[in-house]
Structures are given as C-alpha cells and as structure tokens.
Design a protein around this ligand. Structure first.
Ligand SMILES: *Cc1c(COP(=O)(O)O)cnc(C)c1O
Length: 379
C-alpha cells in the first residue's frame, strides 16, 4: 500500500479551515457596522496563503492586508477580485508593479504619495491607495505634521484616489492602556481632516476595545488564526493550527537516569517516557525544553497533559508519560503540541514568545493538511 504523508512524517500540522471561517464570522459580528478584512501577511501567519485566502473569501472577506508587494502578487493570483493593501507602502520605483496587479499601497510618506500620484498621472488615472498615519506607535506612517502638509499639497492630493485612512495601535492587547485612548483621539482628528474617506484602526485586539475603534474596516490577523485577542479573558476564538507529534519510542527509566542532550533532566523515581517525532525543524520551539524553575511545558496525549522533559532537539522531543495508565500510549500515538487543548498563547508563553512568532516559525517538514475544504484537501 502506498503510504500517506502522515505515515512518513513524524509530525502533522492540521489547519482547520472551518475554525478559520468561524473566527472570521465572530470578528465580523464583533466589528458591528465595520467591514471585516484580514491580515494575511507572512504567508497568512505561516498557515498557507492560498487555502487561507480562499477560505476567507468564501466567508465573505473582501479586503486583505499583506506586508510586501511580493506577497500582494501571490495573493492577486489567488483572489483576482480582492482589495489588497500593501502595508509596507510603495517600494521605490515599483509603482508600475503595484498598478498592474491592482495592489493598493498604504502610503507612509510624502515621497511615496508624490511617487504614486505622479505615476498615476503618467498612467492616465488616479490609482487607489491608503494613507497610513502614525498616531503614536512610531513605526510606519505619516507623522501628523506630514499628513497636514500632504493635505495642503493640492497637486499631489488631486493625483491620488484615497480609498482608506489607516493607523495602527501600539497597545491594543492591553485594554486599560492609556495609549489606546490617545491613539483613538488622534485618529479621529486625522479623519476629520479628510471627511468621507473610510477609516481603519483596529487589529484583532482593537476590535475588542469597542466602538471608538472599529471605524469602517477592521484588520484582524492573529485572532483569525486562533490567538487570544483579549488579555485575561477566555479566548473567544477557535484553534486553527494543530501540531502533533507521533510517539516513536517508549522507554522505562529509573532514578538518576537523564534524558536528552546535556542531561538536563534527571528522573527522581521510576517512570516512563515517550519520544515524539517532532522537533525544532518542525516548528517546536527549543525554548519549550524542560524548564526547571517555571514549571514545564506540556503536550496533550491520550486525554491528559504531560510535561516536556529534557531538551527539544531537531527531530524529536521527550515527554513524561508516567502519569498515564499503562497501555494508554503506544508507538504511533499522537501528542498535541499546539491545538485545541494546548493553546498557541499558552505554548508561546512557555517558550518566552508570542503566538505570532510561534505560528510564523512553524517548520516545513511535517505532513500538512487542511480540513474543511470542499474541493481540494492538499497543500
Ligand atoms: C499585522 C497587522 C495587523 C494585524 O494584527 P493582529 O494583531 O495580528 O490582529 C493589522 N494592521 C497592521 C498595520 C499590521 O501590521
């Protein structure tokens, strides 16, 4: 019999497109009268731009945000009718590339605005774009003063078809942070200067800050992919990425036996360990290696949580299954490393990082499946 990809891979990554669609609908409802777009930069946060974008389009999503023009090109081939904003703005000398693919740059400076307007004049029409105004994060965007100067430059403004005014929140995941209110007020002031142009301020967490934040279009990323957009509140989103590793070997160990490189973990009593076929090449952070002080990272196997012990290595990791009934785990049993039981936010905090980095650093060696796709289940 021909083996399946999972027969040969050791680790399996399943992307639940039903959960993704459900998450988009939840956010769309939360956004009230605002339209719900999607941040799909970074290969849809590592989950695969093509199946993710097709699924979101089916759900009703029409506006997409990528970081790079190259990502815009890839997305345009998948969704010919979508509105695509390039968050990193207009790359120097590349206006024609954007125009041919109907990509809207989120312009971040006077220079970019002039370049886009003058290209449009030569091209024979006002080309669509967003204006990204920085209201306090001090990353990309027009400063408030530059924005005022742009509005005063009638010639440049007349050359632009501004379809969106946007800004980005610095502290949206901390609902009580005073920065949120300040940025919301600054953005109101920005919008008042260009009445009639739709506005967009909220990322995933921003949607949960309430009415003053949703404006006309919201731009969730991480919440679509299952990350918790609300600090200290139960996660309203469904898990989308499920990473599992299969048991390759079980072994009994006794007091004083160590496990893995560096002999960093030592058994205190007789016990049983399982070696999983998932390592950092498969996207398991090495930082999940047994953490003596803070309490160990965990995986979910046969209905229970079991601690990660020793160091995560390239191809494998060890877990302590002493607490499971005999026979509960066998060669080939799968352990969930990320998913419905081990949330990406929880695993990320064990690894000293955030869910965003965990997802975008998933490896490439696992067997990859998309569930809930009607037509095509392959990657
Ligand atoms: C990445 C990004 C988003 C999405 O952020 P999440 O926190 O993942 O929801 C929205 N807006 C901008 C400008 C971004 O760069």
């Amino acid at each position: 019999m021909t083996p399946t990809p999972e027969d040969l891979a050791g680790a399996v990554l399943t992307i639940d497109l039903v959960a993704l669609k459900e998450n988009w609908r939840t956010l769309n409802a939360r956004a009230g009268t605002a339209a719900c777009g999607a941040a799909v930069k970074g290969n849809a946060y590592g989950l695969g731009i093509a199946p993710v974008a097709r699924c979101l389009w089916e759900a009703g999503c029409r506006s997409y945000f990528v970081a790079r023009p190259k990502e815009g090109e890839e997305l345009r081939a998948i969704l010919p009718d979508a509105t695509i904003y390039v968050l990193d703005g207009l790359f120097a000398g590349q206006a024609e590339f954007y125009a041919k693919l109907n990509l809207c740059p989120a312009l971040i400076s006077f220079t970019e605005a002039q370049e886009w307007a003058s290209f449009g004049r030569a091209y024979g029409r006002k080309l669509p774009c967003a204006l990204h105004v920085d209201t306090g994060i001090n990353r990309l965007g027009f400063s408030m003063a530059e924005f005022a100067a742009l509005l005063g430059d009638r010639f440049t403004m007349e050359g632009l078809n501004v379809t969106l005014l946007m800004s980005h929140l610095a502290c949206a995941d901390d609902a009580g942070h005073p920065m949120n209110r300040r940025q919301a007020e600054a953005f109101q002031a920005v919008r008042a200067q260009l009445p009639g142009v739709p506005g967009s301020l909220a990322n995933s967490s921003g949607i949960f800050l309430g009415e003053g934040f949703t404006h006309d279009l919201v731009r969730p990323g991480i919440a679509l992919y299952g990350g918790n957009p609300t600090q200290k509140v139960a996660n309203p989103m469904h898990a989308v990425a499920i990473l599992e590793g299969s048991v390759m070997q079980l072994r009994d160990i006794g007091p004083g036996d160590s496990v893995g490189y560096g002999a960093t973990w030592e058994a205190q009593r007789p016990g049983r360990i399982a070696i999983l076929g998932a390592g950092y090449k498969d996207g398991v952070p090495r930082a999940l290696s047994s953490r003596a002080q803070e309490g160990p990272a965990q995986v979910f196997i046969s209905g229970k949580r079991c601690p990660v012990i020793g160091r995560v290595s390239m191809d494998m990791m060890a877990i302590d299954v002493t607490g499971l009934p005999p026979g509960a785990v066998a060669r080939g049993t799968r352990a969930e490393i990320l998913g419905r039981n081990i949330a990406i936010d929880e695993a990320a905090s064990w690894a000293g990082t955030i869910s965003y980095e965990l997802l975008t650093r998933l490896g490439s060696r696992y067997a990859l499946f998309y569930t809930g796709l009607e037509s095509d289940g392959s990657a």
